[in-house]
Design a protein around this ligand. Sequence first.
Ligand SMILES: [Zn+2]
Length: 267
Amino acid sequence: MILSYDESLKQLGGYGKNTPTVNEDLYFNRRGYCQYCEKEIKVIHEKSILDISTLPGAGWYKIEKVWECDKCGWWEHVFDSYIDGENSWDMKDWSLTVNSAILKKFNVDAKDVPIKILSEYINKNPDKVHEIHHRKMEELVGDVFGEHYSCEVHHVGRTADGGKDLILVESDKTIIVQVKRRTLAGKTEGASSVRELIATTLLTDSRDCIFVTTADHFSEQAICEKNIALTKSIVDSYELYDRDKFLGVLDLVKKDAEKPWIRMLEM
Ligand SMILES: [Zn+2]
């Protein structure tokens, strides 16, 4: 099961001279507590300012805080504002914005799990790569190679598949990619599929190909045939990625995902 806290629920509250009373309860809700783990959680971002320039003569108090659970990753963002300007602006108003993360669950083999979430999950749980949906595996390879080789990636539709799943387009060449998501960790990728990709590549008017498998190794015969294709210049390049080699590249291109609450900060 993949857990994600990328999405959130926004709630607004407020009251005062110029603010209709809304959702006053929001002020009394418990903060800094993860209901999933049932524990107190830490403030990971905090800023407070007294703004005296936006409304001259008034004081505008703003406090912003983010809490995050170090166990499950659940987070909550709060922006609290109070304008104290009764004499100058006839304002005495409170408002509160609360963004609370929503837990979303995906099965590892789901077709609807966003690729960013799947990619982070596989990076942390490499053994689960055998369980992901075969179409998601193709998408993951496309995502990783697009970044790694800095190229354009075309996904080939199932019907058009003749042993190719992706086409990588670099400035002067196209690379044909075959992806095999094997469900067993100890599987050996044999020579026949490696040989088949040579034919597919040539039939597609390309001279470069990559074979990616979640099997943990290629057979000696498979490696031998790949080398023959290269020494005889049947193709210009042929790369074999077994499970660990692919996971190595996945790790290489991983980016520190931006925290979802960053885009909610008011100051
Ligand atoms: Zn938690």
